[in-house]
Design a protein around this ligand. Sequence first.
Ligand SMILES: Cc1ncc(COP(=O)(O)O)c(C=O)c1O
Length: 440
Amino acid sequence: MATNDDADTKRSEILALIPDYFREAFPSRPFIPGETPVPVSGKVFDCEDVASLVEASLDFWLTAGRFADRFEAEFARWVAVEHAFLVNSGSSANLLALAVLTSRALGTRALSPGDEVITVAAGFPTTVNPIYQHGLTPVYVDVELGTYNASYESILEAVSPKTKAIFLAHTLGNPFEAERIAAYAREHSIWLVEDCCDALGSELTGKYVGTFGDISTFSFYPAHHITTGEGGAVLTNSPELAGLIQSYRDWGRDCCCKPGQDNRCGRRFSLKFGELPEGYDHKYVYSEIGYNLKATDMQAAVGLSQLKKLDGFIKTRRDNFKYLLDRLRGLGDKLLLPRAATDSNPSWFGFPIAIKPETGLNREDLLRYLESKKIGTRLLFGSNLARQPAYMGKNHRVAGGLKNTDYVMNNVFWVGVYPGLSNEMLDFIVTSIESRLNRT
Ligand SMILES: Cc1ncc(COP(=O)(O)O)c(C=O)c1O
């Protein structure tokens, strides 16, 4: 009969094969301009990531377990926030963040249908969708050109007696004025949720984004700063919110046992809840209207090995951003180039560029040209969500007009800065933009 020692030996043999497998399966290839794709983003991984994934697979635990526990602890420590909860996407993280703020446990501070949440329309849909999904009203404020974030002043002007929360993303890694907005929100009992899905490692006044709001969210989709495949996280410093996040993530249950665990509190059959009989099994007591948004150990295992490389990834993103900025400055008469927020050190997600409308140049013409050279481009996500088909006719309020948001919709696009891009690729992006724009 096989012993555990035999299984351990076989496990070691399997893991020892991975470096060779990795070399054969994922060889590096030379860059051929015009033929090799230059994507906007992508996963950057090595044989340690593959080994970590295989290790978790060999456990065959399949749900959240030892790797998820470690990832949550290490990720929380990295961002410098008390509690982190791994979930199955950044969109789920946003859904969860807003869902917990509707809990009756929060008393008068709970969000209820009709309450307003201040956000922007120039962004990703699943920052705004949870607002609708909970019967709340999004209040759109405009963004500034160059930073593509809402200003502190515009947020204050949007506040009404119905404002209960502010939910903003750090656009493409560029921090919004989270410190000032958080101070205002605290003073006025308004919740602040930071969507950091595109901004892991971005700093504002020397602190990481995700440390300012009541709750912060992250995405680990392959486009992002680290990847777990699909994946995300919700972070908070508040023990009360942490309890709610865990409950809403795990079916809304009252019990805090982890998958495979029983009777963690030691009072599984001795409590009384609602109108349930005394001693009703605590594992099946539901104190919230929850979801199941958990991720698996296989995802967490990849996250753990990616986390070791995060500092290097961030440095390369910054270097790549600077490289593009320096090289594109010469086109300043035609292009509006990005600007880092005051007191910030962004961990850039992408390099946003606006084609100045007065030049008469056509954005789609340039994007088609770049795509023909296999240079990936993206728009600023939904650009003006209020004009997207899904949002037409939906209840919302606009505070102060969306002039710049429309400018973003018509003129802005972004190219990549992710660590998989070499200087040769960045040069090719620059020379291709130059040659198309200087054509006439
Ligand atoms: C700002 C922002 N929030 C949320 C998300 C959603 O993350 P996910 O794709 O992991 O659901 C994204 C996706 O890129 C995003 O850019």
